[in-house]
Design a protein around this ligand. Sequence first.
Ligand SMILES: [Zn+2]
Length: 325
Amino acid sequence: MTRVTIRRTGGSRSTTALLVGVLLLSSCAPAMGTDVVARRSDRIATSVDAGPAPDLAADETAELLDELAAAGLCDPVDVEDEGTVTAMHFVVGGRLQAPCYSDPEGVEDQRLLDAWAALTETTPAELVDDISLLAGYEACSGCDTLAFVVALDTEASFFLLGVDVVAGAADPDELRLTMMHELTHVFAQEPGAQLVVQTVADECDTFHNGAGCLTDDSYLWAWIQEFWPDEALEGLPADGSPNDLEDAEQRCRDDAGYTGAYAAVHPEEDFAETFSAYVYEVETDPALADKLAFFDRYPEFVAIREHARALGLTGIEAAFEGCGA
Ligand SMILES: [Zn+2]
């Protein structure tokens, strides 16, 4: 079972899903924005069930939802590679809105609402407000992507978070870890603050992740400088995509300082897996101590862990396979 993400993917720790994720990332990412914006959806969000966004009046929120729907951004086709879409919701200012798509029509998916709650019960609205669209799906046969994140626009600022609602409902602890993992792929790629989008790799003095160049004071650049020495980065494909799983497995055998082989495929996955372990204080190898302590430097991350502690969500069970000989 599985959680994984490669910017586009979330999913699975399995080799198959990993490769699928990589292919989707490289084949879809640049073209998606224009396609998606050009598409129109006939399913218009007409109501707001969670109140207006903190900084918007109710009528402004409703107007924004109409614009998003009219732009075709609530479209199950963006998720259908993973399975049957059950529901989609816009998120405005960190607040989940009424479904803009559901199947059957008009029926909310409680499993998806639970997945959102698993994330937001610990995470303040300002840290989830870069998520713009939430989608639930029942995974296709043989598919094992637990969750994924993808930016639907060319500015890489409109993030869709998709989650397998069946797997999530079956394992609430794994769901929490997965949602937290995916959240990092959103907040650590915030255009401008974290990432300069569409920079040419040759012009990037930090690290180019395929979508753009990390800023000097981004979370991930700090992470890479500290934990991914040049010899580890050298093994990564030049386009910023994840490493081959075999290389990652070798790195995992050689170094206990990863939560598992999946974390060793790419600095972003390492960051995401370790962050979820940090928030929920999952028992991990002592070799991860420095990586876990990294997050203590950021008050926004400490706050999430404090929320988890206050809810008694510490030391939860995780399927981390661990590394080291
Ligand atoms: Zn990931």
